[in-house]
Design a protein around this ligand. Sequence first.
Ligand code: GAP
Length: 517
Amino acid sequence: MSNITSEDLFKNIISHAKEYGFIFQSSEIYDGLSAVYDYGQNGSELKKNIREYWWKAMVQMNENIVGIDAAIFMHPTTWKASGHVDAFNDPLVDNKDSKKRYRADVLIEDHLAKIEAKISKEVEKARTRFGDSFNEETFRTTNARVLENQKKIDEINMRFKNALEVGDLNEVRQIIIDLEIVCPVSGTRNWTDVRQFNLMFNTQLGSVSEESSTIYLRPETAQGIFVNFLNVQKTGRMKIPFGIAQTGKAFRNEIVARQFIFRMREFEQMEMQFFIKPGTEMEWYKHWKDVRLKWHRSLGFPETVHRFHDHLKLAHYANAACDIEFKFPFGFKELEGIHSRTDFDLGNHEKFSGKKLQYFDPDSGQSYVPYVIETSIGLDRMFLAILSQSYAEEKLEDGSERVVLRIPEFLAPVKCAVLPLVKKDGLPEKAREIMDRLKFDHLCQYEEKDSIGKRYRRQDAIGTPFCITVDHQTLEDQTVTIRYRDSMVQERIEVGSIEKILIDKVDMKKALRQISG
Ligand code: GAP
């Protein structure tokens, strides 16, 4: 494990995800569809559990947040009002030699990441050299090489930001040329012009013979919330500040689809729009940054795997925005976005629909279009974060090896495996009896095939936190062995106590308490 490169580690995680029924390439028998994936028997459980944890943390734990489930198809004017028809674009550039197409911003970001990596290398070298007396902040603000590289990053960022702000695509191309960025495939700098490409998929509503109109597959779930703002506010008698949450599919015609389920063409979002009084947005923006980071940290991963990243290029709707980034095997990347969207969306829907979307404030007697703070997380990305952080290849004391998924217990696809030691002597019947009791509360698995060691390994590989083994002693004294996934420790416990132990360890409540306190 220790010598493995992060690239190899990522490859191993991807093959593990397939081998153990977490994720399959979509329509694999037809050689798959690029950047589209299916979740298998274990993947769909893990995904459902993550969704449930998000939903409970947002809706169940907050009296002023309610959930909805809007349709994927929406009136086409929605996307005119939201700005997606005109501005939901990626700047693309082709390499004339390899004929490969890239996102210009990704080429520049990758270049910046290389400079960033140089800085990190300097920092780590100095940390080793100075030991305990090392002060990272002082080093970063005084070391000449670090400062020089940081200056380069800042200059590129500033130039890039300015170019995007004024929509100067020639300048974006010039940055790529000036930074001497080469195509990873051809190795040349023979770039075409940079041009904008809209990411929305469209289709026709109605049959061809009748009058048909172009509609879009939603590129974000948020607009289903905005157009229902007044419906929910009125029927739920919601008072500002309040939130509307939603989970569901979103679609984007991503040009650079890579890194497994990190960037997909069909994916799922978990979004919450929090409606507030104009002028209070910075206070609520900070609030939701803190709340969402706490949610991520409640999974018990090291604090170093999360960091905030402020947006340089603000989306067309935002006046402040940041990402919570996660340390994926391929580096720190966006996991969740927190955006202060002002009254951009509601204001535009008012304009385009001709309907008032205002809140009447009973305290002041005034009506206004609320401002919005949005939290938006990709469920698939969250899945990848948990999968990659949980995956471990271990060498055991006896020289054998195991792959284990240390998924937080309450999110694990299967909570407990019930295993008769042998397939005879009444042990399967006893194990079935236990299984029949546990299945009302948890997804459990009954397994009697292969040696007990092999069965433990299979359960480790799918992240099952507990294995209950029924042996001959069980029939005599009503005790079983419980084996813990992470420590591999085995304990003898009474059959009657299994349910309590399980509830104690796999209940989502504990994690929810941690974030609500
Ligand atoms: N409503 C705001 C919005 O959609 P975004 O930053 O474009 O903002 C929010 O997307 C989150 O959705 C991202 O942080 C990411 O987790 C997820 N996401 C976006 N595009 C994705 C894609 N192509 N594949 C998987 N997840 C994606």
